[in-house]
Design a binder for this molecule. Structure first.
Ligand SMILES: *Cc1c(COP(=O)(O)O)cnc(C)c1O
Length: 247
């Protein structure tokens, strides 16, 4: 009897897991389809970055098997564990959270992209610590587009100067700009912030910097961001569901 009970439990549990991963794949497919259609309307390729912070490596593997290749992570320690668990995959890792100096090495050695460079010191460290046998680390400069005191990112006026510094570092490849719009924005305010980002990118291009990336748009505002020029959207909750707050 005990044995039978355990077998039944096993199958009930497995059924539940199957249903959950089916739901995850369904949500991802919806977002993926929506991004593809917005991208077509905008006549511009848009890369969907699945933001997997707080979710386990099994969920990432499920989506990777379904065809998702780009994943975004915020917390370096948490990402390290997942990256180790998924070392057998060809996942492209995007670091989209703030990087403290003492965490720069692991990022330089293992990430493909960093979207959140906002000071010269961290840029220099990443370049120095990037192993020479790897291709240059793709870098975006984070812009504090809503001028919010509690947010990271640099002021729009300071972008060009930092971009020139980053572009000159040997083991980094400056790709463009990243932002998180103000959470309380109206539609018009979102458009204004994303359009300013596009103008800032044009300013870099006009200064001769070879840049092509605007990383902007999340679950709630990716449609506006894509309409305003986004080439990379970072989508978490619309794919993975509600996140437990980070302690
Ligand atoms: C968490 C996070 C996202 C994803 O946000 P959702 O609203 O869940 O889509 C995107 N970008 C950054 C920088 C984040 O920290």
């Amino acid at each position: 009897m005990r044995r039978l009970f355990r077998i039944v439990c096993f199958f009930v549990h497995r059924q539940k897991e199957n249903t959950m991963s089916e739901q995850l794949i369904r949500q991802w497919q919806q977002v993926h389809t929506q991004v593809a259609s917005l991208s077509e309307q905008a006549a511009r390729p848009v890369t969907l970055i699945a933001v997997s912070k707080t979710f386990p490596p099994e969920d990432i593997r499920t989506l990777h098997t379904a065809g998702q290749r780009d994943f975004g992570e915020n917390y370096i320690q948490e990402w390290q564990d997942k990256q180790t668990a998924l070392a057998d995959t060809d996942i492209i890792w995007h670091i989209i959270g703030h990087i403290q100096s003492n965490k720069s090495r692991v990022v330089a050695e293992n990430a493909h992209w960093v979207h959140t460079v906002d000071r010269e010191k961290i840029a220099r460290r990443l370049s120095e610590q990037r192993p020479p046998h790897l291709p240059p680390l793709n870098v975006c400069i984070e812009v504090n587009i809503g001028a919010e005191a509690q947010k990271h990112g640099i002021a729009p006026e300071a972008v060009l100067s930092l971009a020139q510094t980053v572009a000159a570092l040997p083991h980094l490849r400056l790709r463009g700009l990243m932002c998180v719009a103000r959470a309380d924005s109206t539609e018009a305010e979102l458009t204004q912030q994303f359009t300013t980002m596009q103008q800032l990118l044009c300013q870099l291009q006009a200064a001769g910097l070879d840049t092509d990336v605007l990383s902007m748009g999340m679950s709630a505002d990716m449609d506006t961001a894509i309409a305003c020029g986004a080439t990379h959207v970072r989508v978490g909750s619309a794919i993975f569901g509600h996140r437990a707050p980070k302690e």
